[in-house]
Ligand binder design. Structure first.
Ligand SMILES: *[C@@H]1O[C@H](CO)[C@@H](O)[C@H](O)[C@H]1NC(C)=O
Ligand SMILES: *[C@@H]1O[C@H](CO)[C@@H](O)[C@H](O)[C@H]1NC(C)=O
Ligand SMILES: *[C@@H]1O[C@H](CO)[C@@H](O)[C@H](O)[C@H]1NC(C)=O
Length: 205
């Protein structure tokens, strides 16, 4: 009897942890874009990891940005803002996103975004993440095929400036500067207004 109560308490606790409130955050970025790199390093990582916001975030990383899609007799080609290597890297990021947990993907991609020539194996070793599936995905599918989903997501907004940030249910064009510069404050504000309580480390708590 006692064991049963203890067990159900444990299960209940786990359910509680899993049911944490999450604010949706969409980050539209490009793998070789210096502004995207700065945003990851100076704003997104300090908030998501430094302040542990990730556990309260439904994070959607969208590696695509400003891409020109050329269709020639049914054959599609992509021209990424920072050239062919960026398309390839965006596709690698997409494969990581699709084959690893959110936390693993975020750590890996933040690591990749620290420079123009970061090595995926070095990053994977550093975070102890298995990236074999992501590599298989990149090898076995075309870049056009991998990136289609992210192109669709990006076409739902006007990406005037990359990185572009969506928070909650809407994509607010007037708030883009604030979302980039004061990311964590904006996250706190929008979280509070959606869920009626203030997260630890936010103003007023
Ligand atoms: C990687 O993710 C894609 C998309 O979700 C999936 O189709 C594929 O099976 C995954 N790859 C592996 C090796 O699991
Ligand atoms: C992308 O959008 C096109 C056009 O709406 C649709 O046909 C296609 O299935 C979408 N692809 C993915 C991967 O969501
Ligand atoms: C938050 O508070 C407002 C006003 O008191 C209320 O209308 C709303 O339903 C609350 N939302 C949640 C998620 O509790």
């Amino acid at each position: 009897m006692f064991a049963l109560i203890a067990l159900s308490a444990l299960v209940f606790q786990n359910i509680n942890v899993m049911a944490e409130d999450k604010l949706e955050v969409r980050v539209f970025y490009e793998a070789l874009c210096i502004d995207s790199m700065r945003f990851f390093r100076l704003k997104l990582q300090p908030s998501m990891i430094g302040k542990s916001r990730l556990q309260n975030t439904d994070l959607k990383l969208i590696p695509y940005g400003k891409v020109i899609k050329l269709e020639n007799e049914g054959h599609i080609e992509l021209s990424c803002q920072h050239g062919e290597p960026e398309c390839e890297l965006n596709a690698l990021h997409a494969c990581i996103i699709e084959n690893n947990s959110v936390e693993e993907s975020f750590n890996l991609i933040s690591c990749l975004m620290r420079g123009f020539n970061t090595n995926v194996d070095v990053c994977a070793n550093h975070y102890n993440v298995d990236i074999q599936k992501a590599k298989d995905c990149k090898k076995s599918r075309s870049t056009v095929n991998i990136l289609e989903k992210y192109g669709n997501e990006t076409s739902k907004i006007q990406a005037y400036f990359i990185p572009a940030i969506g928070m909650g249910d809407e994509h607010n064009y007037d708030e883009q500067y604030d979302l980039r510069q004061n990311f964590d404050n904006m996250f706190c504000e929008k979280f509070t207004s959606k869920f009626n309580y203030t997260l630890k480390g936010c103003k007023g708590n």
